[in-house]
Design a protein. Structure first.
Length: 368
């Protein structure tokens, strides 16, 4: 419950171990060696002063930092308790005449029992061992998967409350202003199987999304309907993103020409990101590049896939890159310049049903 994580290291675990193997022996040694009672109380005085400082800091700041300082005060209180055990051991030996070997045997058993309990406690999938979302935000993806794998969906909901977004096989919690945690479950028993930490592509509430598709020199924009917005959110949640830093001048759009771009502008510019194919598949968000390790096309019925060649309607997905470039170039020509074109790519002859690809002008072939 009173646990803070630094990476994959739980502070409570460290406090328990440090108290048993350092503070307890030191307190016992001080009690035996120091003749002044004030000196014997130095560890307790130090920890009490620390508690007062943490409590003052907890009231001086707001939010998570204040809660963090209260947790530190609890840790100091536990250390004072261990000092009390040290005083008790010293008193048994000094005034009760207990044999030292039995005292040290007891301490050894206590230490072993503490380690065994701590190991079992930290490795069982209990709600108490589940880190807070604040701690999750400080971990990398491998650490999060190692900790959360095997937890049940109901446990995450009990500790973290309702997610900002959810579907049948995944939940999404916002970690901070820029990142989200996606948790995927087994369908049969809803146990955590894989987690991902990635950029927050969507705000918590979505009013509208403007979608722009740019393929080669062809652009197309429109508003998504509610069903398409839901499909796009599900699709984005399923993308595995890896942040990539490129040196100056070596970003994909600076090295490669052409490609495909699908841009989503949410709530009139509150959020904006692009799904790009250049030399590979990327998400581009706030000047940051994320490599997509499992790319798939946005689930949108894209009318921009349709291209015109005179009275023929063709699908861009049916054409090669060379033919698309030729067709875009041809459609941008004035009518009189189109009449002078005497070559049509063979693909167009086949798709338009023309009889041959001999040297005929595009318009002549169309008229036939």
């Amino acid at each position: 419950m009173f646990d803070i994580w630094y990476g994959d290291i739980p502070f409570a675990n460290c406090v328990i171990i440090f108290s048993l193997i350092v503070i307890l022996p030191v307190q016992i040694l001080i009690c035996f060696k120091a003749k002044s009672i004030f000196v014997r109380f130095i560890p307790i005085i130090v920890f009490t002063a620390a508690i007062l400082i943490w409590i003052i800091l907890s009231f001086a700041v707001a939010g998570w930092d204040g809660l963090l300082y209260l947790f530190f005060a609890v840790y100091m209180l536990f250390m004072i308790f261990v000092c009390g055990i040290g005083w008790g051991v010293w008193a048994l030996i000094k005034y009760k005449g207990a044999k030292k070997k039995w005292i040290f045997t007891f301490l050894a058993v206590l230490a072993v029992a503490g380690f065994a309990w701590n190991y079992g406690y930290q490795n069982r999938k209990s709600n108490d061992n589940l880190p807070a979302l604040l701690s999750i935000a400080q971990m990398d993806e491998a650490e999060v998967n190692n900790i959360l794998s095997g937890y049940k969906r109901t446990q995450l909901l009990e500790v973290w409350d309702e997610p900002q977004y959810s579907n049948s096989s995944a939940d999404v919690w916002l970690l901070n202003d820029t990142d989200w945690l996606t948790v995927n479950y087994k369908n049969d028993n809803e146990k955590v199987v894989v987690c991902g930490i990635g950029p927050m592509l969507f705000p918590e509430y979505i009013k509208d999304i403007t979608y722009t598709c740019s393929v080669y020199s062809s652009d197309y924009s429109r508003q998504l309907n509610s069903e398409e917005i839901a499909n796009v959110k599900d699709w984005a949640l399923g993308l595995d993103l890896l942040h990539v830093d490129f040196p100056d001048g070596e970003a994909p759009n600076e090295v490669y020409a052409g490609g495909e771009s699908y841009t989503f502008v949410i709530n009139d510019g509150e959020k904006e990101f692009s799904y790009l194919y250049i030399n590979d598949y990327y998400i581009f968000l706030r000047d940051q590049w994320y490599l997509i390790e499992n790319p798939s096309a946005p689930p949108i019925s894209d009318e921009s896939d349709e291209l015109k060649f005179h009275d023929k309607t063709l699908k861009a997905s049916d054409l090669s890159e060379e033919t698309l470039e030729w067709l875009n170039w041809y459609n941008e020509l004035p009518k009189e310049d189109q009449l002078a074109v005497s070559f049509i790519p063979p693909e167009l002859y086949d798709l338009c049903g023309y009889p041959s690809a001999e040297d005929e002008s595009a318009v002549q072939a169309e008229e036939e």
